[in-house]
Write a protein that binds this ligand. Structure first.
Ligand code: ADP
Length: 503
């Protein structure tokens, strides 16, 4: 049994606006390695319309504090897992940030999770510190009198937040979102004391994961509600194929584990005003897209192409299915089309793609690296965007593709299923087609699908029709933010209900 810890009194009456604390290891525009950062950065603004004011707690990695004009200290701890720490509050745009300044955890060069030599060995402790700080802010509030009604923790890095709240007997409920179940925050069991977790709860029904600790599992077990980033991925996570060993615990959460599809920032990603494009375009005035296509071809040293220009913007890893592309590409090349890739990742994948560009110098352009501005031109200039992932919790680039009329060609997995409607005679006929869907992990299916893309591209009116439907999709945060707000409301109301008789 847990005991109630002393915490600041919280009014029971429902306030007009509610407060939530979002805690994550990355957030746009401060620090980003993947889609998680986009989601965490977009949610506060999207939720504001549904009556939720959200502050975002992220680590103050090197350079993060410099991105703020003014910062106010609102919390400190003389010993946050081995060193002094402070939380500084500041505003960027219309988002209120809380920055965890803990130099012993976060002031180090290189990537935020590690460097070329692998992950930082103390990652469990670094991100337990982040989770602990989040839980203390939820328990006691910040020095400026702010205290959340709910905490929303993201991925393994914030996974112990719901646990620390439970063990402190907090009345603040939590929501935990799994962005990618492949990353599980594993730590040796003998770190349990160091991570400030109770040994009595080290068993398979709570903290233990096959003899180890897993902050991801802890988040799934202890949060009041758990979400992932698409309805299809939520179902897939209950299967051994895609549950990565967590399928049992996901299934155990039952209907407390739901999928809410990510949106995109439709101001940043808008072909009608995108700062990175030479020419803007809208669904009613598509001429600018041809100009952007031309600029993209020039940028990659490719000549004008008669066939479709297929693009990829991706981390280059096995899970993204990039290795399937060379075998699937012939229909595009045979039709006079080409491929442009912007990405970075596994050296062997990068090597293969460079080889493809060398073999087809007039058809294939590859830029190895992470380049946000260039990604906008690539997505605007392409005719189709390829996302051949083996699994994909939600995926963002297919959503950019819909918005930019760059038709998504996707594998039937996760959020790709939930966001793209395959072009078939029926869906073309009733104007519901928005792209093309292939079987996952199957280069034959991908090749056949690219042949359909080529055929469709030749039928200019059909292509234009699919493009119109694609561009009309609501890929913004509106619908999803309303779902998160409804979940937050439900979770808070459940906690506020008086407890019934026990036993
Ligand atoms: P994941 O989070 O698994 O990497 P997502 O599709 O959810 O995949 O999000 C990837 C994000 O990173 C998108 O915003 C995408 O545009 C961006 N991105 C990926 N690779 C690059 C790159 N090389 N240059 C610029 N942006 C990239």
């Amino acid at each position: 049994m847990t005991t109630r810890a002393a915490s600041a009194p919280r009014p029971r009456a429902r306030a007009a606006r509610r407060r939530s604390l979002s805690v994550a290891s990355e957030c746009v525009p401060l620090v980003k390695t993947g889609g998680l950062a986009d989601v965490v950065g977009a949610l506060p603004r999207a939720l504001a319309e549904s009556g939720w004011d959200q502050r975002v707690l992220v680590p103050a990695y090197p350079g993060v504090l410099d991105a703020f004009d003014a910062l106010t200290p609102v919390w400190h701890d003389d010993d946050l897992f081995g060193g002094p720490a402070a939380v500084l509050a500041g505003r960027r745009g219309d988002v209120e940030f809380l920055l965890l300044d803990a130099p012993h955890c976060f002031a180090r060069p290189g990537g935020i999770y590690g460097g070329a030599g692998g992950d930082h060995p103390d990652n469990p402790r670094r991100f337990a510190a982040l989770s602990w700080a989040a839980s203390r802010i939820a328990l006691h509030g910040t020095g400026d009198g702010w205290r959340p009604d709910l905490v929303h923790a993201h991925d393994w890095q914030a996974g112990f937040t719901p646990s620390y709240l439970r063990y402190a007997g907090s009345d603040v409920p939590s929501v935990f979102t799994v962005h990618n179940i492949a990353f599980q925050g594993i730590a040796p069991a003998d770190q349990i004391d160091e991570l400030r977790l109770p040994t009595w709860d080290f068993h398979p029904g709570a903290l233990e994961y096959h003899g180890l600790l897993s902050s991801l599992k802890a988040g799934i077990v202890h949060a009041d509600a758990v979400t992932t980033v698409s309805p299809t991925y939520a179902r897939e996570l209950t299967t051994p194929q895609l549950g990565f060993g967590m399928e049992g615990v996901v299934a155990w959460r039952g209907d407390r584990f739901t999928g809410i599809l990510n949106g995109i920032d439709t101001e940043v990603w808008d072909p009608g005003s995108d700062r990175e494009l030479g020419r803007h375009y809208t669904v009613g005035r598509m001429a600018g897209k041809r100009v952007d296509r031309q600029r993209l071809l020039e940028r990659f040293g490719l000549p004008d192409l008669a066939g479709p220009l297929v693009v990829i913007v991706s981390r280059l890893t096995y899970h993204k299915g990039i290795d399937l592309v060379p075998d699937a590409l012939p229909p595009v090349l045979d039709a006079g089309g080409g491929l442009v890739v912007l990405g970075s990742g596994d050296p062997d994948q990068e090597h293969r793609l460079r080889g493809l560009a060398a073999a087809f110098p007039d058809r294939v352009g590859v830029h190895i690296g992470y380049d946000e501005p260039l990604s906008h031109l690539v997505i605007a200039g392409g005719d189709a965007i390829l996302v051949p992932s083996r699994f994909e919790p939600c995926g963002l680039t297919q959503l950019y593709g819909l918005r930019y009329g760059t038709l998504p060609v996707v594998a039937a997995t996760g959020g790709l299923v939930d966001s793209v409607r395959d072009a078939t005679p029926e869906t073309i006929g009733d104007h519901t087609a928005t792209g093309f869907v292939a079987a996952p992990d199957n280069s034959d299916s991908l090749r056949r699908t690219l042949r359909r893309v080529v055929d469709c591209y030749r039928e200019r009116r059909v292509w234009a029709g699919i493009r119109r439907t694609a561009m009309a999709q609501d890929v913004g945060w509106g619908p999803s933010a309303r779902r998160y707000a409804a979940l937050y409301d439900a979770v808070c109301e459940k906690r506020e209900e008086p407890e019934g008789p026990r036993g």
